[in-house]
Write a protein that binds this ligand. Structure first.
Ligand code: BGC
Length: 581
C-alpha cells in the first residue's frame, strides 16, 4: 500500500513566525513591554526571555520566500500552508483590506502556484491586530480585548469574508484559526502568551466560546462568498488519556458541523515515563497520531489533513526517524480506511518559535538556517524519500524510525545515498540514493533540486540525468564521477555506519557546507566534531570520546580515545547504500 497519488505533501508556516517587520499586533506589544517580559521571566523561573520576531526569516521579501519554496519543491512537496497577518491586512475594525497587504498575499499565492504547490491559507495564526488585543498595560481596555470579548466574533468573520473574496479564486482550502485550545491555555492560564493572564478560568472559557463562534461565523460567511471553498481550523491534538476529552474533542465537537475536513496539528504526548523526546522535552509518541486519525474517522467520517507535525532540535538527532515514524502511522491509518488528504511538516525553515524565540533547541525547520543560509536536514531527506516513493519502507531502511510508543529508535540499516562534491551540472554537489533519486546542490550552496530521468547503466558504469532541459552524463571511476566537462569527488564518509564498541551506530552527513553527524549509543546525540580530509576520519562524541581512523575499502580502522585517556582499537563499516556502483 502506498500514499495516494493526489496526496498533499507540504510544509507549514505562519505570518509572524516568518515574514519579519510585523509590529502592529498583540505579540509585538506583549514581547516588547518590560513589565510583561519581567512577569514571564518570573513565571518561568528565568527560563523564558520574551523577544519579538523582528526580521524573522525574511519572507516579507518575496524573493526570499520564492527561494524557500523552490527548496521545498526540490523535496517533492506540492503544498504550502501559510497564514495571513490580520494586522497587516486590516488597520482598524471593519476597514476594507489594505491594498498593499492584499498585493503581498496575492503574490504569495502566485509564488506557490509557480512552485507547483497548492496554497493552504490560515486566516488567523495566533496573532491579533493591536486594535483587537492590546495586552494589559498597553491599552487592553481600549482594544476589543481579544477573544474573551464577543465583539471579536463579528470582526473576525468580516475580515475572513473579505480575505476570501480578495484571494478566493486562487485558493480553495482555508483554515480559519490555529490551535484555539492551546493558545487559550498559554494566554489565559499559563500567562506566557498574549494577553498574559494567569489561571483566569472565566476569561479562558469566554475566549474558547468566542473562538468557536468565530470559527462558525467565519465558516458560514466564507461558504456564502465561496461555496466551493473547503474550510476547517487547525486543531492541536495531544496524546494523553486524561486530557483526551478536554483537549482533543470538546472544541472540535463544539464547531460541528461547520467543518469540511478535520485539520490536525500533532506533535507529542504529554508525559511518558521514559522515552524519546526532542530538545524542547516534548515526548515522542507516533502511535498517538495513528490513534487520533482513526478516532476522527470513526467519530465524524470526515477526511483529515495533517496541518502540522515536526520535531524541535538544535541539531538533527532524531528528526528523520521522527518524521518517518509519523508517516508510517499516517500510512497505517490510510490502510485502515481513514481518508487522509495530506501531510504538512512543521516547518519549512527554522523560524520564530513564540515564547521560545530563536532558541537553538526550538528549531523545527526541515531546512536549517545557519547565519541566514539554508541547509538541508536529514529530516528533509527522509521526507523526500517518502514523497518520491510514496512508501515508507525505503525511508525506514535509510533513516531509521521510532517504535509507535516513542521508546526506541531503530537506527538506519543502510546509508541514505552518496554525495559527490564538484562542479556537477553547473551546481556544486550531487546526492544520489539507492532508488536512483537524485538531488543537485545549486551554485548558491543552499538549494537542492530534484533531477529527472536518472539512469544508471551498470555495464558501461554510466550515469545520466537531466537538469534544466539538458542531459548530463558521467562515468563512475573509483571515487569519482567524471562528466564531459566536469568531475566530482565522492564524499565517502557520508552515510550510516556501524562500528564496534561504544556508540555502535552513527550517521555522517554533509549539508552542502559542513560535516555533521549523530551517534546512536546509550543516548542519541549529535557528534561534537566530524572531520574528513580525504584520508582520515575524525569524530568526537558529546562525552569527549574521540575516534580516528583511516579508510581501507568500505571500512575505517583506527583508535578510540576515551575522554579519560583510555585507548582502544576501533573499526567501523559504512553501511551499503543500495547503489549498484
Ligand atoms: C503552532 C506553531 C508552532 C508549533 C511548534 C504549533 O502549536 O501552530 O505556530 O510554531 O506548534 O510549537
Amino acid at each position: 500500500m502506498s500514499f495516494p497519488r493526489d496526496f498533499l505533501w507540504g510544509a507549514a508556516t505562519s505570518s509572524y513566525q516568518v515574514e519579519g517587520g510585523i509590529e502592529g499586533n498583540d505579540w509585538h506589544l506583549f514581547t516588547t513591554t518590560p513589565a510583561l517580559r519581567r512577569r514571564v521571566r518570573i513565571l518561568t523561573s528565568g527560563r523564558v526571555a520574551l523577544r519579538p520576531a523582528g526580521d524573522a526569516v525574511g519572507h516579507r521579501d518575496l524573493g526570499v520566500l520564492r527561494a524557500d519554496l523552490a527548496r521545498a519543491a526540490g523535496l517533492g512537496l506540492n503544498a504550502y500552508r501559510f497564514s495571513l497577518e490580520w494586522s497587516r491586512l486590516q488597520r482598524e475594525p471593519g476597514a476594507p483590506l489594505d491594498a498593499e497587504a492584499v498585493g503581498y498575499y496575492s503574490a504569495v499565492v502566485e509564488a506557490c502556484r509557480d512552485a507547483g504547490m497548492t496554497p493552504i491559507v490560515t486566516l488567523n495564526h495566533f496573532t491579533l491586530p493591536a486594535w483587537a488585543l492590546a495586552p494589559p498595560g498597553r491599552g487592553f481596555r481600549g482594544s476589543l480585548r481579544g477573544w474573551e470579548d464577543e465583539r471579536i466574533v463579528d470582526a473576525f468573520a468580516g475580515y475572513a469574508e473579505q480575505a476570501v473574496v480578495a484571494l478566493g479564486p486562487r485558493v480553495d482550502r482555508w483554515l480559519t484559526i490555529n490551535e484555539p485550545v492551546g493558545s487559550v491555555a498559554a494566554g489565559y492560564l499559563a500567562g506566557l502568551w498574549p494577553p498574559g493572564f494567569v489561571l483566569a478560568a472565566g476569561r479562558a472559557r469566554r475566549a474558547l466560546r468566542n473562538l468557536a463562534r468565530g470559527h462558525r461565523r467565519a465558516y458560514a460567511r466564507i461558504k456564502r462568498v465561496a461555496p466551493a471553498a473547503r474550510v476547517s481550523f487547525a486543531h492541536a491534538v495531544l496524546h494523553s488519556r486524561p486530557l483526551d476529552g478536554l483537549v482533543n474533542w470538546r472544541f472540535l465537537d463544539s464547531v460541528m458541523p461547520a467543518l469540511d475536513f478535520v485539520a490536525i496539528n500533532y506533535y507529542r504526548a504529554v508525559r511518558l515515563p521514559r522515552g524519546l523526546h526532542g530538545d524542547l522535552g516534548w515526548p515522542v509518541s507516533p502511535a498517538g497520531l495513528g490513534r487520533f486519525l482513526r478516532a476522527v474517522h470513526g467519530r465524524y467520517g470526515l477526511p483529515v489533513l495533517i496541518t502540522e507535525n515536526g520535531l524541535a532540535e538544535a541539531r538533527d538527532r532524531i528528526r528523520a526517524p521522527y518524521l518517518v515514524a509519523h508517516l508510517e502511522q499516517v500510512l497505517g491509518a490510510i490502510e485502515a480506511g481513514v481518508r487522509v488528504e495530506g501531510y504538512l511538516a512543521w516547518t519549512l525553515v527554522d523560524n520564530y518559535e513564540w515564547h521560545q524565540g530563536y532558541r537553538q533547541a526550538a528549531r523545527f525547520g526541515v531546512f536549517r538556517i545557519d547565519a541566514g543560509a539554508r541547509r538541508l536536514t536529514e529530516g528533509a531527506l527522509a521526507l523526500r524519500s517518502v514523497v518520491a516513493s510514496r512508501r515508507t519502507e525505503g525511508a525506514v531502511r535509510s533513516f531509521g524510525t521510532i517504535d509507535p510508543g516513542g521508546r526506541r529508535l531503530q537506527p538506519p540499516a543502510r546509508s541514505a545515498g552518496r554525495v559527490w562534491a564538484g562542479p556537477v551540472a553547473g551546481g556544486r554537489a550531487l546526492h544520489l540514493s539507492g532508488d536512483l533519486d537524485a538531488l543537485l546542490l545549486l551554485a548558491d550552496g543552499q538549494t537542492w533540486v530534484a533531477l529527472r530521468a536518472v539512469q544508471w547503466d551498470p555495464e558501461r558504469r554510466a550515469l545520466s540525468f537531466t537538469h534544466d532541459g539538458r542531459t548530463y552524463r558521467a562515468h563512475a571511476i573509483g571515487d569519482r564521477l567524471a562528466g564531459d566537462d566536469w568531475e566530482a569527488q565522492l564524499l565517502w564518509p557520508a552515510g550510516a555506519w556501524h562500528g564496534d564498541g561504544v556508540q555502535p551506530h552513527f550517521v555522517l552527513r554533509w549539508d552542502g557546507a559542513h560535516w555533521t553527524g549523530t551517534s546512536f549509543g546509550a543516548a542519541w546525540e549529535p557528534l561534537r566534531r566530524v572531520e574528513w580530509d580525504g584520508r582520515t576520519l575524525r569524530l568526537e562524541t558529546g562525552d569527549g570520546t574521540r575516534f580516528e581512523g583511516a579508510r581501507a575499502g568500505g571500512v575505517v580502522t583506527g583508535v578510540r580515545l576515551a575522554a579519560n585517556g583510555g585507548r582502544a582499537a576501533w573499526r567501523a563499516a559504512r553501511l551499503p547504500d543500495g547503489l549498484a556502483f
